[in-house]
Write a protein of this length. Structure first.
Length: 396
């Protein structure tokens, strides 16, 4: 998966991870973030988005809303963030980030709508009129909230459990009905996913959802609506921005693009370089297997989650040459351990560092996250160690 890309394009990151772990400066069950590379990646995306006149809302769930990473992204010009749920919104806010987009993918719970109103998000996605009415009811007199309507039509793609939205065929009626609610300003449309990776062709293609957005935007424009926002999340990297621009996109929401872990990054050398890896250590051995700590072994299953390799050793200068197959727990099991199958060759020892590279969703794990600066200058520094909700923790 992404381990070979890490070895090829950012080997010093791997050596630094092994060194910091062996020096007990970072814990096991820990995602490491190369902040230098994240900043460079974000700058590349922001520069191209500015050229194409697109707003950039950074997605931070994949990196566990880690506080030093959010500050790094802000330094790179990613001033506003999309918050995938209310927990993400609170983590971003506490880290000093500004909320650019709320309510997508997860709607804001009824009791927390007043809190979100106080954050003054630039845009707020609604799936139906009940949610929009509730926002309107809580808006202070004189305050306006721009909303995006999530739309869908027959044949559009949803991941199971992501369904919802207004009928695209009724977009003019939807726009009018939202716009007359007190304090609510209809501002545009969104959907998810707008792009998907095709593993057979090794390309990223537009979805029917994006075509639906484009058609609805044309309908709104022909009816006299101006400056309609077209929000286009999903599989975002600098490589695909021209595709989105051609479809009329005005807003993008990169996440994996910041860490070089979109599916396309696994099969091509794109401008963004790999900036995240997972660190564990050998806990014990049993018969012909070596066991490493889990806790962060959720792999976003674009590729087979069971075709995974790892690096294992206690010498940072040799670890790149010590690659082994590793078996992960089944989806219906708790990931207490990963199981290495080294055979008789270079059998791992207690406390050895284990390093993996895959496409993560850190916010659904119980892993630590550590932001590391200075790797590109040969002077690595642990900026922060956080939990998977982005809160700083003391370690050890």
């Amino acid at each position: 998966m992404f381990l070979n890309t890490l070895k090829k394009r950012n080997p010093e990151f791997i050596r630094t991870a092994a060194s910091l772990h062996q020096e007990q400066k970072i814990p096991s069950n820990c995602y490491l973030l190369d902040l230098d590379r994240i900043k460079a990646n974000a700058s590349i995306i922001k520069e191209e988005a500015d050229r194409l006149d697109m707003k950039v809302f950074g997605m931070t769930k994949q990196i566990g809303r880690e506080v030093s990473a959010i500050k790094t992204l802000t330094d790179a010009g990613i001033i506003k963030y999309v918050t995938v749920d209310i927990q993400c919104a609170k983590a971003v806010s506490s880290a000093g980030g500004e909320i650019g987009h709320a309510g997508h993918l997860v709607q804001i719970p009824k009791a927390e709508i007043p809190w979100m109103i106080d954050q003054s998000p630039d845009y707020w996605t609604v799936f139906d009129f009940e949610i929009a009415k509730n926002i309107s009811k809580h808006l202070p007199s004189g305050k306006t909230q721009k909303v995006l309507a999530r739309i869908q039509t027959e044949g559009d793609i949803f991941y199971r459990g992501h369904e919802g939205g207004f009928s695209a065929e009724k977009i003019l009626k939807v726009a009018d009905q939202l716009d007359v609610l007190p304090g609510i300003e209809f501002a545009g449309i969104t959907t998810f996913p707008c792009l998907l990776y095709d593993n057979d062709k090794k390309t990223v293609d537009i979805t029917s959802n994006l075509k639906t957005l484009k058609k609805a935007a044309e309908t709104l424009k022909n009816a006299g609506w101006k400056n309609i926002e077209i929000n286009t999340p999903g599989t975002t990297s600098v490589q695909v921005l021209p595709l989105l621009a051609e479809a009329g996109a005005t807003q993008i929401e990169p996440g994996h693009g910041f860490t070089g872990t979109t599916p396309l990054h696994a099969v091509r050398d794109l401008p963004e370089e790999p900036a995240i890896l997972y660190v564990s250590e050998i806990s014990h051995t049993y018969r012909d297997q070596a066991y490493c700590y889990g806790g962060g072994l959720y792999i976003d299953p674009v590729f087979s989650p069971y075709d995974v390799q790892c690096l294992c050793g206690n010498d940072p200068n040799e670890i790149l040459e010590r690659q082994f197959p590793i078996e992960l727990p089944a989806d219906n099991a708790i990931d207490y351990y990963g199981m290495l199958h080294p055979g008789r060759r270079l059998f791992p020892k207690y406390g050895d560092t284990v390093i993996m590279g895959f496409r993560p969703q850190v916010f659904v794990t119980r892993a630590y996250i550590a932001g590391i600066s200075g790797i590109s200058k040969g002077k690595p520094r642990v900026e922060a160690i956080s939990n998977s909700n982005g809160r700083r923790v003391l370690w050890p």
